[in-house]
Design a protein around this ligand. Structure first.
Ligand SMILES: Cc1cc2nc3c(=O)[nH]c(=O)nc-3n(C[C@H](O)[C@H](O)[C@H](O)COP(=O)(O)OP(=O)(O)OC[C@H]3O[C@@H](n4cnc5c(N)ncnc54)[C@H](O)[C@@H]3O)c2cc1C
Length: 385
């Protein structure tokens, strides 16, 4: 049996849920399909929940700022507690290289209206007293950034989407997309066929597999990243702290204190670990804890409760691919989210809804789509990817 929708979204993850919510609000008949048993079981549940507008490229700054507006007002607007904390983000510098990089980025960040500044050593220590003062030069601090629970935000948006009439089908794998004469007509799963003239690929690390169903290659491939959480302790840390110094085995790492006291942390492995492996390793914890204790010595006696591993859907330059396919009419891409799919997704979901409803796009929207075009040359690397 075939059923008809305005849009079928492949993937109920960080992108698919807010996109479904926003499209449902725009009055569209939407179906979201996921192969797993519930929403968020891909990369979404692996995210540690950081949400920032502090990026180096204008598209991500704009999407991040809108996402922060949605997330920071979610509870008063919709009523769900998503554990939002406006603790800010701090990128710290212990070497001139990072100082120069971070200060150079401020020019673009200020031009796009981001609330961020450089703080010298003593000022930064007032914001984050527990940073190791030895060698600290200073860092940026963006007070409007923060974090919330990926689980709770995804549930909240799913809940609102369902109330708004959006349909979800779980445990269904998309195995085919019908596009006769280069036009989307239907999506086939292992359980049914759903007609629609628009399909959104929001399949995260599996985006290329979905593209292949249409004979299209997308330059997106998964990489493994690990995260962890400690036991709870009394609150002593507000911002997400990010250290972008490379070290043997890792490119950077970041951590924050949850409002119930646990430290939640992540590291970016270097060289990267390509593939779909989501089994955690014994190498991750010694590496990340050494770096974190160097940066913040008072973490030394904290006990780690759990680690996990998930996927970053990587693009060649560290920025997402968002836009209409030129090969197949009605095929929309929101893929290659790298390490930022969760933080960009509320704003991106709204933009995708504006695209699908063919509303007049603003000049800001067009600028975002130009920068994130799937057909860009992928020559520049995003500095804070
Ligand atoms: C350790 C770790 C920490 C992170 N921390 C952060 C953070 O603090 N902030 C942040 O913004 N990001 C963070 N990220 C990155 C973030 O998790 C990803 O960027 C984001 O989840 C990607 O969203 P997505 O919707 O593209 O993919 P996903 O959330 O993986 O969703 C894709 C969905 O598509 C479904 N799917 C795929 N193929 C099919 C098919 N054929 N049929 C049906 N369904 C299909 C999958 O089942 C999946 O549910 C982190 C990631 C990791 C691993």
């Amino acid at each position: 049996m075939s059923r008809g929708y305005d849009v079928v979204i492949i993937g109920a993850g960080s992108i698919g849920i807010p996109a479904g919510w926003a499209m449902g609000r725009a009055g569209l008949k939407v179906l979201v399909i996921d192969r797993f048993a519930s929403f968020g079981q891909g990369s979404n549940k692996s995210a540690i929940g950081g949400i920032r507008a502090t990026h180096s490229d204008p598209a991500k700054i704009r999407l991040g700022m809108r996402s922060l507006e949605i997330v920071s007002t979610w509870e008063e607007t919709h009523g769900h507690n998503i554990e939002w904390v406006k603790g800010g983000y701090s990128f710290v510098a212990y070497r001139k290289e990072e100082e120069d990089t971070l200060k150079a980025l401020l020019v673009t960040q200020h031009a796009y209206g981001l609330n961020i500044d450089w703080y010298g050593k003593e000022e930064l220590l007032e914001i984050i007293p527990s940073l190791n003062p030895d060698g600290l030069i200073g860092g940026t601090f963006s007070p409007d950034d923060g974090h919330c629970s990926p689980l709770l935000l995804s549930y909240a948006m799913y809940d609102e989407a369902v109330k708004g009439g959006v349909e979800f089908r779980f445990r269904e794998k998309v195995i085919g997309i019908d596009a006769p004469e280069g036009r989307i007509r239907a999506v086939r799963t292992d359980k049914g066929r759903y007609e629609a003239k628009i399909v959104l690929n929001a399949a995260g690390g599996w985006a290329n597999e979905v593209g292949n169903l249409l004979g299209i290659e997308h330059p997106v491939s998964p990489e493994s990243h690990e995260g962890g959480i400690t036991e709870p302790v009394a609150r002593f840390l507000s911002p997400m702290v990010v250290d972008i110094r490379p070290a043997p085995g890792s490119a950077n790492y970041y951590f924050f204190q949850h409002r119930t006291g646990q430290i939640v942390f992540c590291i970016t492995p270097d060289p990267p670990i390509p593939g779909f492996d989501r089994r955690e390793t014994s190498a991750f914890l010694p590496m990340v804890s050494r770096r974190m204790v160097d940066l913040m010595p008072k973490l030394i006696n904290l006990r780690v409760r759990r680690t996990w591993r998930g996927l970053y859907p990587m693009s060649p330059d560290g920025s997402p691919l968002v836009g209409w396919s030129r090969e197949v009419e009605g095929y929309l891409l929101a893929i290659g989210m790298c390490g930022q799919g969760f933080m960009l997704s509320p704003g991106l979901g709204e933009l995708l809804a504006r695209m699908v409803t063919r509303n007049e796009l603003s000049s800001e929207d067009r600028e975002i789509l130009d920068i994130l075009s799937p057909y860009r040359p992928f020559k520049k690397e995003e500095a804070l990817k």
